[in-house]
Design a protein around this ligand. Structure first.
Ligand code: PLP
Length: 457
């Protein structure tokens, strides 16, 4: 078999024989006889080995902002590979795409986020944030400031540091011990953790949880507070109005750094370049990946505020951190072109003023469905909560999980790729999605809910 000439049944057999996929039940994958082989994609649609089209409601894994099949991106990678496929940034060296991309990202972030550190994945970006935040305080003569505060049910990646910083209990149950010096507090998930509570009171409770943790740890020991502007993998948890400015104020009050993990929210997902723009806050450290290259090549970055850079430059010593592929010229060239496409096609503004509101309108109708407890979105990221009893947050069988999987599988059966997070159906389609495709997305979820109803009741 070759890449030009393969047999799907044989690929599935080889998949079981040799491939371990991510975040999977490996016994189930074996029982299923291997993965569904996705062979090609165009625009917002992926195709499997049988030629079955699926509307990609997940933009791959929250990342393919500009859609699939962009010749320009392939061309820029081809050209850059011939010119300078690879070089490192360890030897007092850099390449043109690396420097130009750092400049572009700094401009997009704005404010005092003047510098960029490159990595390959979101997880590595998060590792960089942890090390950089702690090292910053060492440089400032406060090495005891080494604790990071994150939220329960946050996702910050799968490296040992990313999994430690994330707040997912099922991840913490595997492969520990984890990185010390990390504390978790309640997430601002009103539907599950403050149902029926006054939103302002709930917001204050979620903010107070952070303040209490800062005081419990001791403000002089807190290096940073970190969070995703909207928790993506946790179930598209949209914080209540006013949450982020209040968290920012807490960081300023106690002098700790504010870090935001923009791996999902960055690059237009919320209708602004970054989630922190949407929420009107000014973080000190910003992780980003996914939409930075629309997933065409692996690349991630950390935006760094200028006062942190000044601290790095206040000593004649290496910050001993970096990756072979940091600032990879080919990945950087693709990311630059990807940003150019997003700008040229006005995809951020379109998400804010056109497709985002159009999706929200569709979801508002869907929210009337008897199985829907809440349908929420910002820009082109959203979730639909499945409930057993309309007007409550009661789940089928008294526990979360099974209903979500039933509805997700029905969505996939009817040609829409979405994800189930407990009993939420979550989606984040490519930013090029059309109105007709949004109708299809919302309509397919409705159809799946209708079909699931008899099985669930
Ligand atoms: N941070 C956030 C907010 C994410 O959503 C993810 C991945 O989904 C990561 C970090 C980890 O990124 P990666 O899978 O590229 O390591």
């Amino acid at each position: 078999m070759t890449l030009k000439n393969y047999d799907i049944a044989e690929l599935r057999r080889l998949d079981v024989a040799h491939h371990l996929p991510c975040h999977q039940d490996h016994k189930l994958m074996q029982d299923l006889g291997g993965a569904r082989i996705i062979t090609r994609a165009q625009g917002s649609t992926i195709f499997d080995g049988e030629g079955t089209p699926l509307l990609d409601g997940m933009a791959g894994l929250w990342c393919v902002q500009v859609g699939y099949g962009r010749e320009e991106l392939a061309k820029v990678a081809y050209d850059q590979m011939l010119e300078l496929a690879y070089y490192n940034t360890f030897f007092k060296t850099a390449s043109p795409p690396t420097v130009l991309l750092a400049t572009k990202i700094s401009q997009l972030m704005g404010g005092n986020l003047s510098h960029v550190f490159f990595n390959n994945s979101g997880s590595e970006a998060v590792d960089t944030i942890i090390r950089l935040a702690r090292y910053y305080w060492q440089l400032k003569g406060q090495p005891e400031r080494n604790v990071l505060i994150a939220r329960n049910n946050a996702y910050h990646g799968s490296t040992i540091a990313g999994a430690s910083l994330g707040g997912m209990s099922h991840m913490h149950a595997q492969g520990g011990p984890f990185v010390p010096g990390i504390e978790h507090v309640m997430q601002p998930y009103q539907f599950n953790e403050g149902f029926g509570e006054d939103p302002e009171a709930f917001c204050q409770r979620a903010v107070d949880a952070i303040e209490s943790k800062i005081l419990e740890v001791g403000p002089e020991k807190v290096a940073a507070v970190i969070g995703e502007p909207i928790q993506g993998a946790g179930g598209v948890i949209i914080p209540p109005e006013g949450y982020w400015p209040k968290v920012e104020a807490l960081c300023r009050k106690y002098g700790c750094l504010l870090a935001v993990d923009e791996v999902i929210c960055g690059y237009g997902r919320l209708g602004q370049w970054f989630g922190f723009h949407h929420y009107g806050i000014k973080p000190d450290l910003v992780s980003m990946a996914k939409g930075l290259s629309s997933g065409y090549l692996p690349i991630s970055a950390v935006g760094v505020a200028d006062f942190i850079v000044e601290a790095l430059r206040s000593v004649s010593d290496d910050f001993v951190h970096g990756f072979t592929y940091s600032g990879h010229p080919t990945a950087a060239a693709v990311a630059l072109k990807n940003i150019e496409i997003i700008e040229r096609e006005g995809l951020v503004e379109r998400t804010r003023t056109d497709t985002g509101p159009y999706l929200a309108k569709g979801l508002a109708e869907l929210a009337k469905h008897p199985l829907v407890g809440e349908a929420r979105s910002v820009g082109l990221i959203g979730a639909v909560e499945i409930v057993a009893e309309k007007g409550t947050n009661k789940r089928f069988g008294g526990k979360e999980g099974p209903a979500g999987l039933i509805v997700r599988d029905l969505c996939i059966k009817h040609g829409l790729m979405v994800r189930a997070v407990r009993d939420s159906i979550v989606f984040s389609p490519p930013l090029v999605i059309t109105h007709a495709e949004i109708d299809q997305l919302v309509g397919t979820i409705r159809k799946a809910l209708d079909e699931a109803l008899p099985a669930l009741k």
